[in-house]
Ligand binder design. Structure first.
Ligand SMILES: Cc1cc2nc3c(=O)[nH]c(=O)nc-3n(C[C@H](O)[C@H](O)[C@H](O)COP(=O)(O)OP(=O)(O)OC[C@H]3O[C@@H](n4cnc5c(N)ncnc54)[C@H](O)[C@@H]3O)c2cc1C
Length: 394
């Protein structure tokens, strides 16, 4: 009988060390082949019995087609059974993944640095959720707490921009000590890794997308020593991998509005900066951005009529800051066709919504969104002790 391969790749693409992945592929091929043989044999037996006892004889063409179908069905059933068996057996049967050489167990993350030698180059296989694997090309500190990561490479072809100012993606981060190779097949990883070792994802705005240069930029706020996203970005270097999901978001500045009022904290600066770049050059209005101090400010391109006000927390925790709402209260209440975009910490955006509901505005022109929520920081591998985050670089 000819050797047919099952059309699908065995599960676990790109997550196992190559030797183990090859071993799994062999198990699947053997199972599928055995299933096909069993399907054919069972169908032959049935046909024989039908001819002997029921007097039913098929034409050669119909008999061949029936056997082919039975063979396929047998292969499919064996594939499904092998998947199930391996998934069940995994916690016991699979050896732990070798740590990536040179990876420091306590060090954050990302999507682990340049692919470790023994886990091979990233496999650009599509997995559920369509992860896109990019390579960090360069990094640039915009202020002491905001670092721009510019990424591109082969995976750029998989990235589709939706053109929105608040276009955002999930960035996936894995524990570098485990040497996982993206894209991450979460379903299979869930079966063999402890919960705290699973990759995690965080939302980030695509600050810019440049099809000519084939690169995207994301501005990460490094909000302290905890948090996987900020920590990863603070330590990122060229050649590291950046794993993204497909982008979402739909905010586009309303060129028909008479005025624009954009407010937000650091997490919102990338989306607000992208929106400012999209405004017509004669747009007028106000921008209020909350940061900790003057060292966290940086240049933001905008129409001359969009006045920018920085407000400083001066050491107050950002989780409980009411500075944005206070700054809004100090403005003369706007009315009429004002477009409002307010993004940031959950209770701050809620407070802004409440405040705006008392203004005489076209509520359809108000967009608010919760970009982060204060919560307890999590596991050790997701954090990085950062002494001094950064200083602006060119
Ligand atoms: C649509 C969308 C787009 C976003 N775009 C960006 C972006 O472009 N750049 C960006 O930096 N952020 C952006 N954010 C916010 C970002 O997703 C969150 O701040 C995220 O929690 C950061 O993940 P982390 O792993 O660094 O910290 P986490 O592991 O989530 O949290 C660790 C600790 O840090 C605190 N924390 C988390 N975020 C902040 C913060 N912003 N300020 C202060 N403390 C914080 C948490 O309360 C927790 O105590 C966006 C969020 C959304 C929903």
């Amino acid at each position: 009988m000819s050797h047919h391969k099952h059309p699908k790749h065995p599960v676990y693409p790109g997550e196992l060390p190559p030797a183990l992945a090859r071993e799994h592929a062999r198990v699947f091929e053997a199972a599928v082949e055995a299933g096909r043989r069993a399907g054919r044999k069972a169908a032959k037996k049935k046909l024989k019995r039908a001819a002997r006892h029921g007097g039913i004889t098929l034409s050669k063409a119909l008999r061949d087609a029936t056997l082919r179908d039975a063979e396929k069905a047998g292969g499919r059933a064996a594939y499904a059974a092998a998947t199930k068996a391996l998934r069940k057996a995994r916690p016991r049967a699979l050896p732990p993944l070798p740590p990536a050489p040179g990876a420091e167990p306590q060090h954050a993350v990302a999507v682990a640095g340049p692919a470790p030698a023994d886990t091979a180059a990233p496999v650009r296989t599509r997995v559920r959720g369509s992860q896109i694997v990019l390579e960090v090309l360069r990094t640039q500190w915009l202020s002491q707490s905001m670092v721009r990561i510019v990424a591109g490479g082969e995976g750029f072809a998989d990235f589709e921009s939706n053109g929105a100012a608040d276009q955002h993606v999930k960035v996936h981060f894995a524990n570098p000590a485990l040497g996982l190779v993206p894209p991450y097949e979460m379903r299979s990883l869930r079966g063999r890794l402890a919960r705290e070792d699973l990759p995690v994802s965080r939302s980030y705005t695509i600050r810019s997308h440049d099809p000519a240069a084939r690169e995207i930029a994301i501005d990460f706020f490094v909000h302290g020593t905890d948090g996987v996203g900020g920590s990863w970005a603070a330590g990122a270097k060229s050649g590291d991998l950046l794993v993204l999901s497909k982008s979402k978001g739909k905010f586009r500045p309303d060129a028909g509005a008479e005025q624009h009022l954009y407010v937000g904290d650091e997490s919102a600066i990338p989306a607000i900066a992208a929106a400012l770049e999209m405004l017509p050059r004669n747009a007028v209005g106000q921008v209020i951005l909350e940061v900790d101090s003057a060292q966290d400010e940086f240049e933001i391109d905008r129409p001359a009529g969009m006045a920018l006000h920085w407000v400083h927390r001066s050491g107050e925790p950002s989780a409980t800051s009411t500075m944005l709402a206070n700054a809004l209260r100090d403005l003369p209440a706007a009315h009429g066709q004002v477009e409002i975009l307010a993004l940031g910490e959950r209770s701050a955006t809620q407070e802004i919504r409440r405040l705006l509901s008392h203004w005489d505005l076209d509520q359809r022109r108000i967009t608010t969104s919760n970009y982060w929520t204060p919560r307890k920081a999590k596991r050790a591998w997701r954090t990085l002790p950062i002494g001094n985050p950064g200083s602006p670089t060119e």
